[in-house]
Design a protein around this ligand. Structure first.
Ligand code: NCD
Length: 305
C-alpha cells in the first residue's frame, strides 16, 4: 500500500493486518525506551489546514517513536496567508525531500489530489466530511483489545453523523470487521442519503440504549452545521446526550467511546467521560501505536527492531 486515503482502499484482511501491526507497536511503546529505528532516515511532514490536537500530535509522536524526522506545517502561520496555492505549497515541501505527508484539510478529496501531485506517501488525517481512516483504525484496535472480536458487536453511533468524517470511516471499517451498526440522532443530523450504507437508523437513543455493546458519541460539529438544523444544544442534550442517567441504562459491560474533542455537557456528561466504561483516554493512547503501524506499512522497509 502506498497511501492511506480512505478505509475503502482496505479489505478486511488489510485492516486486520494493520491492527496486528499496531499490537506490535503497542508492545514497543510499553518498553523502557519506547522507540525503534524502523524509519530512521525517513522524513514525515504533517500538513494541517484545519485545527487539530490529537491527530497531529499523535502522528508526530508515532513518527518520532519510529526514529523518523518530522516537520510540521500549519496553514495559519504559513505562506498560505500570502496566497500560495495548495499545489505550490505541497511541491515546495516535497522539494525538501520527504517520504510521507500527513494531510488534514477542510475539503473532502484534498489528500487524494495531493497523492496525484507528489511521489511521497500521503496519509489522510481528516478531509472535510469525507474520511478519517486512522481514527477508524484506532477505534477498531481499542475495541478489539476490549472485546477480542468486533464481529457481532452492536455499535450505536450517536449524534452529528451527517458532518462526521469519523463516523463515515468508522462505518466502513467496523462493518468490514462484522459489527452491527446503528446510527442514532436527530433527522437533521443524519446523512441525506443512506442507501447502500450497512447501517440501521433510529432517531431515538432511549429506544436502543439498553441493547448496545458500544456507544460511540460524536461531537456536535457546530462549525459545519447551519443554525436552522439544530434548535438548541440544550434540547439536543436532553434527547441525544449521554448523561449519567442514560449511562446507567446501558448493558453492564457496554463501552463508551468518543473521538475527541469532547464538549462535556454538550453531548456527554463528565461522569461518563471519566467513568469505568469509558475508553476515551485509551483511544488517544492507542492512536500512537496504530499510526506507527500505518507509517511503517507505507514507508518502512526491512524489519522493525
Ligand atoms: C475529529 C475530527 O477532526 O474529525 N476529531 C479527531 O480527529 N479525533 C472529530 C471532531 O472534530 O469532532
Amino acid at each position: 500500500m502506498k497511501h492511506l486515503l480512505s478505509i475503502e482502499d482496505l479489505d478486511r484482511d488489510g485492516i486486520v493486518g494493520l491492527l496486528d501491526g499496531s499490537e506490535y507497536m503497542s508492545d514497543v511503546l510499553a518498553r523502557e525506551i519506547p522507540k525503534v529505528p524502523a524509519l530512521r532516515g525517513k522524513t514525515i511532514v504533517s500538513l494541517f489546514y484545519e485545527d487539530s490536537t490529537r491527530t497531529r500530535l499523535s502522528f508526530e509522536t508515532a513518527a518520532k517513536r519510529l526514529g523518523a524526522d518530522t516537520m510540521t506545517f500549519t496553514a495559519g502561520s504559513s505562506s498560505v496567508t500570502k496566497g500560495e496555492s495548495l499545489l505550490d505549497t505541497v511541491r515546495t515541501i516535497e522539494s525538501m525531500g520527504i517520504d510521507a505527508m500527513v494531510v488534514r484539510h477542510a475539503s473532502a478529496g484534498a489528500p487524494h489530489r495531493i497523492a496525484n501531485w507528489i511521489d511521497a506517501s500521503v496519509l489522510n488525517a481528516g478531509d472535510g466530511r469525507h474520511g478519517h481512516p486512522t481514527q477508524a483504525l484506532l477505534d477498531a484496535f481499542t475495541l478489539r483489545r476490549h472485546r477480542g472480536d468486533i464481529s457481532g458487536a452492536r455499535i450505536g453511533i450517536v449524534g452529528d453523523v451527517r458532518n462526521s468524517r469519523v463516523a463515515r470511516s468508522g462505518i466502513q471499517c467496523w462493518s468490514r470487521l462484522g459489527a452491527d451498526l446503528t446510527l442514532i440522532g436527530p433527522p437533521t443530523l443524519m446523512p441525506e442519503r443512506l442507501e447502500g450504507w450497512p447501517v440501521q437508523v433510529t432517531f431515538s437513543l432511549d429506544d436502543v440504549l439498553s441493547e448496545l455493546d458500544v456507544i460511540y458519541v460524536l461531537r456536535v460539529q457546530q462549525e459545519r452545521i447551519g443554525r436552522a438544523l439544530l434548535p438548541s444544544l440544550r434540547e439536543y442534550y436532553a434527547r441525544w446526550g449521554l448523561d449519567a442517567v442514560r449511562a446507567q441504562r446501558l448493558k453492564p459491560d457496554a463501552l463508551v467511546m468518543h473521538p475527541g474533542p469532547m464538549i462535556r455537557g454538550s453531548e456527554i456528561a463528565t461522569e461518563v467521560v471519566d467513568g469505568p466504561r469509558s475508553l476515551i483516554r485509551e483511544q488517544v493512547a492507542n492512536g500512537v501505536a496504530v499510526r506507527m503501524a500505518v507509517l511503517w506499512d507505507l514507508i518502512g522497509s526491512g524489519g522493525v527492531v
